[in-house]
Design a protein around this ligand. Structure first.
Ligand code: AP5
Length: 226
């Protein structure tokens, strides 16, 4: 099962991807997490991406396309994956289409999470993330079990550098200008499925499961009961 999560910053793509991977046994590929790991390790890619990420700009298409091409050769993606944060521009989507043709695979569904802008700002400013495993929390809506600590025992949670006022505004503007057109792109291909991203995390996931269960059955993936 091959999926894309599309939605503005803070819509809940990472949060819901975790649920999908747990229930359907596929893996998440978050370009944001992957880039942050490279920034932390000061790799060549990380050094090139760091400034764009800090200010909430997009990393250049060529770099991202190279990253995706490399990742897709890994065995772990064979059973299926959910892309969280890729593609983000029409050019990235077109390149991904070409890759799929080359490797004779098809994309099953594009999940579009819709959340109003004022709620996105509320979610992002109170988000805390684990720098080790990437799990994200919200101080009010989705707090960790122990204050300031990752539930998975990794250690202290941090606030992402781009989860502050200026970068958040940049990210929202860039989403509207460069990423939102992909909804139309995938609607034309009859792959886009819209999901109301407001409300309880479990209720939103129930909407997602309704869409994914029939696809998972076709792939013979485990469908668990929530
Ligand atoms: P990336 O890491 O992908 O960030 P993003 O797209 O801005 O998305 P977020 O991770 O901020 O939000 P999310 O939708 O995953 O929300 P979450 O589930 O955490 O990208 C970062 C940067 O990397 C980019 O700015 C760019 O520089 C670069 N980059 C990455 N990919 C790229 C690409 N393809 N091309 C170019 N550059 C790229 O939820 C948010 C908060 O809300 C959490 O606190 C969560 O607990 C809470 N929450 C979730 N659901 C709910 C709910 N239903 N109710 C209440 N709270 C909720």
């Amino acid at each position: 099962m091959k999926l894309i999560f599309l939605g503005p910053p803070g819509a809940g793509k990472g949060t819901q991807s975790e649920n999908i991977c747990r229930d359907y046994g596929i893996v998440q590929l978050s370009t944001g997490d992957l880039l942050r790991a490279n920034v932390a390790q000061k790799t060549e890619l990380g050094l090139q991406a760091a400034e764009s990420m800090r200010t909430g700009q997009l990393v250049p298409d060529d770099l991202i396309i190279e990253v995706i091409k490399n990742e897709m050769t890994r065995h772990r993606y064979q059973k299926g994956y959910v892309f969280d944060g890729f593609p983000r521009t029409v050019r990235q989507a077109e390149e991904y289409d070409r890759m799929l043709v080359q490797i004779k695979q098809k994309l099953d569904c594009v999940l579009v999470l819709e959340v109003p802008e004022d709620e996105l700002v509320r979610r992002l400013t109170a988000r805390r993330t684990c720098p080790v495993c990437g799990k994200s929390y919200h101080l009010i809506y989705n707090p960790p079990k122990a204050d300031g600590l990752c539930d998975l025992g990794c250690g202290e949670l941090v606030q992402r550098l781009d989860d502050t006022e200026g970068p958040i505004q940049n990210r929202l503007r860039i989403y509207n200008n460069q990423t939102k057109p992909l909804i139309e792109y995938y609607t034309k291909k009859k792959l886009a499925r819209r999901i109301d991203g407001m409300g309880d995390i479990h209720e939103i996931y129930a909407q997602i499961k309704e869409i994914l269960d029939p696809i998972a059955v076709a792939y013979d993936l485990v469908v668990s009961i929530i």
